[in-house]
Design a binder for this molecule. Structure first.
Ligand SMILES: [Zn+2]
Length: 188
């Protein structure tokens, strides 16, 4: 088996819980557990009074081994993480975890950069610090394949060359835009 994607909050093996349950009882307690790769000894009793469900609640949470749909690596959807999703965050009980935590972190980072990029690039004038932020956002979003307008990027690069020519990010952005392979990728 490939190495598990580490989770920053639920690292390592879950502690054994002391519920007296058979594997069958755990599997039978929620439809998705029936054929999933689970670790029955990690089952935690759920507080169904705070779950959002239509017909069947989840009586227990249990560590599940899953494969990330994004990077194809194995990861564990932890029982404690499920409790957090379905009791604290209020996610609907049938919503499933399809991708690893690294994917979710990347999505959050993309969102953060995109919000700031959108705000900064629409403004008429920027402070030096803001220009550096804009350059950072361009590099990050470009590398994630999220920016599709080379002309706008070129404009930002030129403004950065004027305002913050000594900034290392400015050089990086310039190099990114000079690479024909990357540009082809961008415009296709
Ligand atoms: Zn992944």
């Amino acid at each position: 088996m490939d190495k598990l994607v580490p989770h920053p909050r639920f690292q390592g093996k879950s502690p054994r819980t002391h519920l007296v349950l058979t594997e069958q009882e755990v599997r039978g307690s929620y439809w998705r557990y029936g054929s999933a790769h689970i670790f029955p000894q990690t089952a935690l009793r759920a507080d169904v009074s705070v779950q959002l469900y239509t017909i069947y609640p989840r009586l227990y949470y249990v560590d599940m081994l899953k494969t990330c749909e994004d990077c194809s690596r194995p990861f564990i959807f932890y029982a404690r993480e499920q409790r957090y999703w379905y009791e604290t965050l209020g996610f609907y009980i049938d919503s499933d975890c399809m991708r690893c935590v690294e994917w979710r972190r990347k999505q959050h980072a993309v969102k953060r950069h995109m919000v700031r990029y959108t705000e900064l690039q629409a403004r008429g004038s920027l402070s030096r610090k803001e220009m550096m932020h804009l350059v950072d956002d361009c590099i990050f979003l470009f590398q994630q394949g999220k920016l599709k307008k080379p002309s706008l990027l070129g404009k930002i690069k030129n403004a950065a060359l004027k305002q913050v020519p000594e900034y290392a990010g400015t050089k990086t952005l310039q190099q990114l835009l000079q690479s024909p392979a990357r540009l082809a990728n961008l415009t296709s």
